[in-house]
Design a protein around this ligand. Structure first.
Ligand SMILES: Nc1ncnc2c1ncn2[C@@H]1O[C@H](COP(=O)(O)OP(=O)(O)OP(=O)(O)O)[C@@H](O)[C@H]1O
Ligand SMILES: [Mg+2]
Length: 452
């Protein structure tokens, strides 16, 4: 059903609503309840004037629909318990006005990810742990309709000929939809919630993602214009850390950010945010990350920040780092700083297959100063587990020198909270030291490293 508000406020929860009250024994999946809810829903579609609904603000739209539902319940003599009626009022409103059953999840701000694997399997991630919810869509068609409503925000439709789509909710959350025939088990929807409140480096210290001296080291390196790559697995907190580090960039600098979906929230006055563009319905009009990063170079940036480096734009970012755009930063998917280097190398090769490996490595070693490794630990917590400097080349390989790392103490204990300690490995050297010295920050970094 694509019946609903088409304006830009469609699907924006009017205000966070807690889960509908449930009486003990009331189960929304109960067949008798489902039958009644279906009947009311069908009657509602045939009686309500869609045009009138479209012009109402969300809150009034809800009140209007609820009044109509009560009318139908009375007229058709449908008897429901108080809990079932309250649930039905919410459920049907959500369905007609917003993102259906997802509304209840979107109203909660403790959820990091929402993962919908078909109508009956809705998972959420809270506090780093994945759990299944009792949220259900009526059927595959219902789920597909909610997905269509979401992607219509970016002027797209999902169908067999274009079954993949990235979109964004009104609140900034990042969405991916993939449908059959590509997804074998039906429509799959993934939402990464956007945090409105910016996570600061102090927050990360408080959450024990890194100790205070390590935060001092990272913030000083960011301030001093080191070129920093943040490496990590999916959902390991790369973007969050990148965002936190940007707070240490001087307000006088001109910063240009390039992202697939704008997630970064820089506070500086001189920031230009660029976003890539997926192809339109005709498969045209793509603006790739590579296009953006190349264009950036003509915009006189002091620093370039690439949300996620995942392809041939790696070359342009390295180029930028090597041509005086000190303090450029980005994230990439890799499991260790060493692996981040080889990922970079293969991404550059994608764009420039004829470049010699030695040339690419030279380029990487002179461009990148620091690699920070983020990790989602087995207990769901996120930690900075490794920080390494890129210090040069040796025997044709890029040399890394670790500043510090996190060592897990209770390795063999899968269910326990991760315990461990940070170990300082080497001191600040090379280009990173020179850059820090230029800003008078090297003593500060040395002292912080000593405290680890
Ligand atoms: N240090 C942290 N402690 C607890 N939660 C965190 C931490 N860092 C990030 N998160 C939460 O984890 C989720 C994923 O974070 P983030 O988007 O930064 O990860 P990512 O590595 O960039 O993911 P992706 O690979 O999907 O881009 C977010 O909901 C974020 O709020
Ligand atoms: Mg990210």
């Amino acid at each position: 059903m694509t019946f609903g508000r088409k304006d830009s406020t469609a699907g924006t929860p009017a205000q966070p609503r807690p889960e509908a009250p449930r009486a003990p024994g009331f189960d929304p999946a109960n067949p008798a309840y489902r039958e009644k809810s279906m009947a009311v829903f069908d009657r509602l579609i045939s009686t309500v004037d869609a045009g009138a609904l479209l012009n109402l603000p969300v809150t009034e739209g809800r009140q209007f629909i609820q009044a109509e539902i009560r009318k139908i319940l009375r007229q058709d003599r449908i008897v429901l318990s108080a809990a079932a009626e309250a649930f039905m009022l919410d459920e049907i409103c959500d369905e007609m006005l917003g993102y259906g059953p997802l509304e209840r999840l979107l109203a909660r701000d403790d959820i990091a990810d929402i993962m919908v694997n078909g109508p009956d399997n809705v998972f959420i991630e809270t506090g780093g742990r994945i759990e299944k919810t009792d949220i259900r869509f009526r059927d595959e068609r219902h789920l597909m309709n909610v997905c269509q409503r979401i992607v219509s925000r970016v002027g797209r439709r999902i169908d067999e000929s274009s079954p993949i789509c990235d979109a964004r909710l009104a609140d900034g959350s990042r969405v991916n939809v993939i449908a059959p025939p590509l997804s074998l088990r039906g429509v799959t929807l993934t939402i990464r919630r956007f945090r409105r409140d910016k996570v600061t480096l102090d927050d990360l210290v408080r959450w024990e993602s890194l100790p205070a001296p390590a935060a001092t080291v990272l913030s000083s390196l960011a301030r001093a214009g080191c070129n920093i790559l943040i490496s990590g697995g999916t959902g390991s907190g790369k973007t969050t850390l990148l965002n936190a580090l940007t707070a240490f960039i001087d307000v006088g600098e001109r910063i240009i950010t390039c992202e697939d979906t704008a997630e970064l929230q820089l506070q500086q006055p001189h920031v230009i945010s660029l976003e890539t563009r997926p192809p339109n319905l005709e498969g045209e009009g793509t603006v790739s990350m590579r296009d953006l990063v190349k264009n950036c170079l003509r915009m006189r940036p002091d620093r370039i920040i690439v949300g996620e480096v995942r392809g041939p734009e790696a070359f342009d970012l390295l180029q930028a780092m090597n041509t005086g755009h000190d303090g450029s930063m980005g994230t990439l998917h890799a499991n260790s700083p060493r692996e981040a280097l080889s990922r970079l190398e293969s991404m550059v090769t994608m764009g420039y297959p004829s470049l010699k490996t030695a040339t690419i490595r030279e380029m990487i070693s002179s461009a990148v100063d620091v690699i920070v490794q983020a990790s989602r630990m087995r207990d769901g917590s996120r930690k900075i587990v490794d920080v390494a400097l890129v210090v040069g080349m040796e025997d044709g390989r890029v040399t890394l020198q670790r500043l510090f790392r996190f060592d897990v103490d209770n390795r063999g204990d899968p269910d326990a909270r991760v315990r461990g300690q940070y170990i300082r490995v080497n001191g600040l050297t090379g280009v990173a030291r020179q850059k820090a010295a230029y800003f008078g920050l090297e003593a500060r970094i040395d002292a912080a490293l000593d405290q680890l």
